[in-house]
Design a protein around this ligand. Structure first.
Ligand code: CP3
Length: 363
């Protein structure tokens, strides 16, 4: 590992060199340094493409119980680290653990994805219970403690949550959707109720992520997977503003913790997000031209991304060429190599090994 041109910055804690960032390239890059080869991890690096994940998952029929079992969750968090020694581990959990912990009905049916009770009334909102969330969510913090204690010295630990909009979208819609039409109907048709739900989720997310930081998470990521269904005005209101509130609260409580935001399919709003959401790094989805992002997004924001997960399935020349395209675009910016969305189940694990070798061979 070489520390490149050492572009450290003096804006608050970013660019600060402490013992931790010196030994963890991922944290150094999040702090604003140019690290080459680029630090690397993969969204959904733990999961069904790994036989060792499938073997453990087969012992836990219920997915949420699996997420809330610290022994099992810690083990699957560590599986990709043992195999590939990526530069960061991501807590194994799900973005829908938080609404479940708040008392909102959530289930995962095999092969169907999540099912939630559609939230459409004030009475359902009033049933969300922060005290219950602290208790039900406690095993997550235990998983964080266990993983942190077990990680190699150069690997950082990422905690995460869904962003309030994406979590609200699932809670109102009741399931995944291409356009989240029901969620947006409530957003436009009953703004006071939707805003109250968003406000509740902002507070719950701050408490949930703050507890992960207390337990040992060194970076926190906000997944806004459905940010791309919003108009620019609604993107500002339900993505940028709530993310900035969460970022400000977390930075006040944990000045050294790094924040990564993933506003998937944000389109041209990506610039406003990078400028205004208060995150240290922006994760780019597959459709963002990496060279455009490198030129257009503010220099004090680290970029992360953005190889097409389906190129990772294809392997061979397609994977090599797509990877080279991302690597060439990084230039001298602080960058963390990743995918543009999560690893998909049909990914051959040996393609992941080939990808990592290529990224680490790049100077
Ligand atoms: O390795 C990691 O990245 C950490 C674990 C993680 C999971 N989900 C595990 C999981 C993370 C960070 C998530 C985030 C998540 N969950 C998002 C945001 C990122 C994205 O993909 O857009 C979203 C939208 C969800 C909601 C969710 N969870 C869906 C829609 C599904 C079903 C679809 C699917 O991939 O199966 C899940 C289930 C889920 N979450 C699985 C895993 C490994 C598969 C469940 C299983 O093992 O049966």
């Amino acid at each position: 590992m070489t520390v490149g041109s050492g572009k450290t910055r003096n804006d608050g804690t970013r660019g600060m060199m402490d013992g931790m960032t010196r030994t963890k390239p991922f944290l150094a890059a999040l702090g604003g340094e140019v690290i080459r080869p680029a630090p690397l991890w993969l969204m959904r690096q733990a999961g069904r493409y790994l036989p060792e994940y499938r073997a453990l998952r087969a012992k836990a029929p219920d997915f949420l119980a699996f997420c809330l079992n610290p022994e099992m969750a810690a083990e699957v968090t560590l599986q990709p680290i043992r195999r590939y020694h990526t530069d960061a581990a991501i807590l194994f959990a799900d973005i829908l653990v938080l609404p479940f912990a708040l008392g909102h009905p959530v289930t995962f049916e095999a092969g169907e994805g999540p099912r939630l009770e559609p939230l459409t009334t004030r009475a359902q909102l009033d049933r969300l219970d922060m005290a219950r969330a602290v208790e039900v969510g406690a095993p997550i913090n235990e998983t964080v403690r266990r993983v942190r204690a077990a990680l190699p010295a150069d690997v950082a630990l990422i905690g995460f949550a869904g962003s309030p909009f994406t979590v609200a979208a699932y809670m109102v819609e009741g399931h995944g959707s291409r356009d989240f039409a029901a969620a947006k109907a409530l957003m436009y048709g009953d703004a006071p109720l939707f805003d109250a739900l968003m406000n509740h989720l902002v507070h719950a997310t701050i408490a949930y992520l703050s507890a992960q930081a207390d337990a040992g998470a060194e970076a926190l990521m906000l997944f806004d997977s459905w940010a791309g269904v919003l108009s620019p005005a609604m993107f500002d209101r339900h993505v940028i503003v709530p993310t900035a509130r969460i970022a400000a609260a977390l930075k006040a409580r944990h000045p050294h913790v790094r924040l990564i935001g993933f506003p998937r399919q944000a389109g041209g709003s990506l610039i406003a997000y990078a400028e205004g959401a208060g995150v240290d790094a922006v994760a780019l989805d597959t459709a963002v031209p990496p060279a455009w992002a490198a030129a257009a997004l503010p220099r004090n924001v680290t970029l992360q991304g953005n190889l097409d997960p389906l190129a990772l399935v294809a392997g061979g020349d397609a994977l090599r060429d797509e990877t080279e395209g991302v690597l060439d675009a990084m230039g001298d910016r602080p960058w963390i190599f990743n995918l543009g969305h999560g690893v998909v189940p049909q990914t051959p694990p040996e393609h992941v090994a080939a990808l990592i070798a290529q990224v680490r061979a790049k100077r």
